[in-house]
Design a protein around this ligand. Structure first.
Ligand SMILES: NC(=O)c1ccc[n+]([C@@H]2O[C@H](COP(=O)([O-])OP(=O)(O)OC[C@H]3O[C@@H](n4cnc5c(N)ncnc54)[C@H](O)[C@@H]3O)[C@@H](O)[C@H]2O)c1
Ligand SMILES: N[C@H](CO)Cc1c[nH]c[nH+]1
Ligand SMILES: [Zn+2]
Length: 433
């Protein structure tokens, strides 16, 4: 393993930016073009294109595309008891947290008795993407379906790649049953995102697509945004650990590897004030890589997108972290609360030794679908609001229009918009001056 270690702040900042940009830029233009071609074919040829692309990328034609609904109940029934209990625990904790996110409508009475408001309504149709290429993600079913259900979405459609035998992973189907998903389509990759955006004979077009995925899924979500809403660009996973002398090397190593094992494009970064920790972590990683079932993926991610930075103090560490805007930020330091207060950009922050990122992946409660590749600068975790839209309400009475109408006319005339002004004059019986 050859993880880069830097001490120079400038070089560290540049390298962090390059890692954040690993899913864009020159090399990725080709991938963007391939994704655009996949989307265009799905738009034109519907189900036939879904079957062809599944054959090309997943090695089989999942015909019929729709998973029979009774398979979901069966998968739950067949699920081993300890796994069912774990899914139940995760389900209940995620549900409880997301229930609390439900925003309240807003009702304001203005100075002239006019009523102003904002009300929330669910989108009608939502599509959730559950990844399934290099690993299977029952946890992602819960993390996406539960907020959609809490929001009150009428029609929820889940897409997920077919497994090697043609059926999606059995625990993914069991989790779908537990979360109340009724429609599952066995298709993955960019083609699945195209199907949800444009609709095919089998897949309904939806209003919002949520869910994480690999590079192809993420590029496809970016490309269809506008035709359809998306949650965020939740692409190849990342973790940035800020650690001081109190951190334990084997724990830091495991936490870095926990993201690296997702994808060769995953990023794992340690920023530390401790030279001793920086020296000990690579050896701890080597030790844990022995007999690791996902050693090849983990090693490639660490070699390509791993980084250790030694810096002078935690203020510098926080500034470097903000430059990267990580999906997950772990604070393995003496006083994580005060360091968390200094952080501006991060998808999720894990404070202290007892909050390994894996608890957030599975059952802490907050959502594990998080923005990657620097997009945490402007996006946040998937939430109930992903599946809600708010509408403004304006109910003026005569007194309110009389009190404010002259200003509307003045503003409309300043913009040269005659009929805007006239719509007020007509109501108030004002002659044009
Ligand atoms: N950010 C988050 O919140 C979050 C959460 C969970 C997982 N993830 C990420 O999700 C990803 C899951 O990736 P995965 O690969 O395991 O599953 P995936 O379902 O995202 O991708 C698999 C699909 O990709 C398509 N594909 C594979 N190779 C292709 C190619 N060369 N060209 C076009 N399409 C191709 C196939 O159709 C396949 O079905 C990982 O990167 C993981 O880090 C992110
Ligand atoms: N770490 C992933 C988000 O980047 C989520 C996940 C699901 N299962 C395991 N991990
Ligand atoms: Zn994970």
């Amino acid at each position: 393993m050859r993880i880069t270690c830097l001490r120079d702040r400038q070089r560290a900042g540049e390298r962090l930016q390059a890692i954040a940009g690993r899913t864009e830029g020159g090399r990725m233009r080709e991938e963007e073009a391939r994704v655009a071609a996949i989307l265009a074919e799905v738009r034109e040829r519907g189900d036939a294109a879904l079957l062809d692309f599944s054959e090309r990328f997943d090695g089989l034609r999942p015909d019929p595309l729709r998973v029979p609904p009774e398979r979901l109940a069966q998968a739950w029934h067949d699920c081993p008891e300890p796994l069912r209990r774990a899914l139940d625990l995760a389900h209940d904790r995620i549900l409880e947290f997301h229930h609390r996110q439900m925003p309240a409508d807003l009702a304001v009475v203005g100075p002239h008795g006019e009523r102003l408001g904002r009300r929330w309504r669910p989108v009608q149709r939502a599509g959730i993407y559950v990844p399934g290429g290099r690993a299977s993600y029952p946890s992602t079913v819960l993390m996406n379906a539960i907020p959609a259900r809490v929001a009150g979405v009428e029609r929820l459609v889940m897409v997920t790649p077919p497994g090697p035998g043609g059926e999606p992973n059995a625990t993914v189907l069991a989790a779908a049953h537990r979360a109340g998903v009724q429609e599952v389509i066995r298709v993955g990759g960019a083609q699945a995102i195209g199907a949800l955006a444009y609709g095919t004979e089998t897949v309904p077009a939806v209003d919002v697509i949520s869910g994480p995925g690999n590079l192809y899924v993420t590029l496809a979500k970016k490309a269809v945004y506008g035709t359809v809403g998306i949650d965020s660009l939740a692409g190849p996973s990342e973790v940035l650990v800020i650690a001081d002398h109190t951190a334990i090397p084997a724990q830091v190593a495991a936490d870095l590897m926990a993201q690296a094992e997702h994808d060769p494009l995953a990023a794992a970064i340690l920023i530390t004030t401790s030279e001793a920790l920086a020296a000990a972590v690579p050896a701890a990683i080597e030790a844990q890589l022995e007999r690791h079932p996902r050693a090849a993926i983990t090693l490639q991610a660490l070699n390509d997108w791993g980084l250790i930075v030694v810096c002078d103090d935690l203020a510098e560490a926080a500034a470097l972290s903000d430059r990267f805007a990580p999906e997950h930020l772990e604070l393995l330091v003496e006083d994580p609360e005060s360091l968390a207060g200094r952080i501006i950009h991060a998808g999720a922050i894990f404070l202290g030794q007892w909050s390994p990122e894996a608890v957030g992946d599975y059952l802490a409660g907050p959502n594990h679908t998080l923005p990657t590749s620097g997009t945490a600068r402007f996006a946040g975790a998937l939430s109930v609001e992903t599946f809600l839209r708010h509408t403004s309400l304006i109910h003026f009475n005569r007194a309110a229009l009389e009190a404010t109408g002259a200003a509307v006319v003045t503003l409309a005339e300043s913009e040269g918009l005659h009929s805007h002004a006239e719509s007020v004059r007509q109501r108030l019986g004002i002659q044009e001056s």
